[in-house]
Design a protein around this ligand. Sequence first.
Ligand code: C5P
Length: 303
Amino acid sequence: MIRSSVVVSAPAKINLCLGVGGARDDGFHALATVYQAIGLYDQVTVRPADGWSLSVTGHERIQVEQVPADESNIAVRAALLLAAHHGIDPDVAIAIDKGIPVAGGMAGGSADGAATLLACDTLWGLRTPRGELLELAGELGSDVPFALLGGTAIGTGRGEVVTPAMTRGEYWWVVLEADVGLSTPAVYREFDAMHGPRAVPDPVIPDALMEALRRGDVEALGEALCNDLQPAALRLRPELQRALEHGLEETAFGALISGSGPSCLFLCEGRAHAVQVASALSGHQLGPVSFAPGPVPGARVVG
Ligand code: C5P
């Protein structure tokens, strides 16, 4: 069947723990992380066209103007990579509608890359095997395979090697966005500068965190949340420390910076608790506040 359009929705990711090792020879850092996909989404619509094009819109709180609209955009790179992989022309009009903060440490770009891979694969009737799609995703960026997979997963390598993890229950997250994003490479550079020439230990995933997820124990999970990039992100944005403290004072079970930041995450017991913490944090006027459950599925065709 020739389709006139395909719509794919892809979720934001958070890192429940982000263990970071030393820089590798290729410049990337060895990671040991637990990803969770949460219910904030970007939507990508693709249509047949002559050549490729890209348009970007977004929710009113999203700074759409910060998203590149040329071939450096990861969605365009995804379409070109998939077309080249199959030896076909990348004839597609791509429209991204963003609900995930830009440069917020929640892998919004990676969601767009994963969504476009899946959308073009469906539009062009390619039926690329899942393993191949995951490999192409890994070429696009370290977080892109997880955006395809979704749920909760362990990430190793530079983050691109993903394995689904056993979890129980649903977790609710309050997300505090910042008005200005942080560059991921800049945060990694700060991490390197903070460690200096000292060897960085191999990253590990705390047993307590996996155990909390297996039991569905929100309180234990809140205590086990950790992020090795947090000190570097806080050096670049010291004011976020106060935001994290406010969340804990407002009864969140845990607070941490999402990935390379600057979005902050607050773990809550359920939806009602998330609404309460979100409205209390809104009162501090630190930035846009939203809330979302996790885990949710990865990129999927919705239209
Ligand atoms: O893979 P991705 O394109 O998301 O990475 C963006 C940047 O983040 C890289 O260019 C690198 O500076 C940094 N990074 C890293 N180690 C990782 C993942 C990302 O140093 N494991």
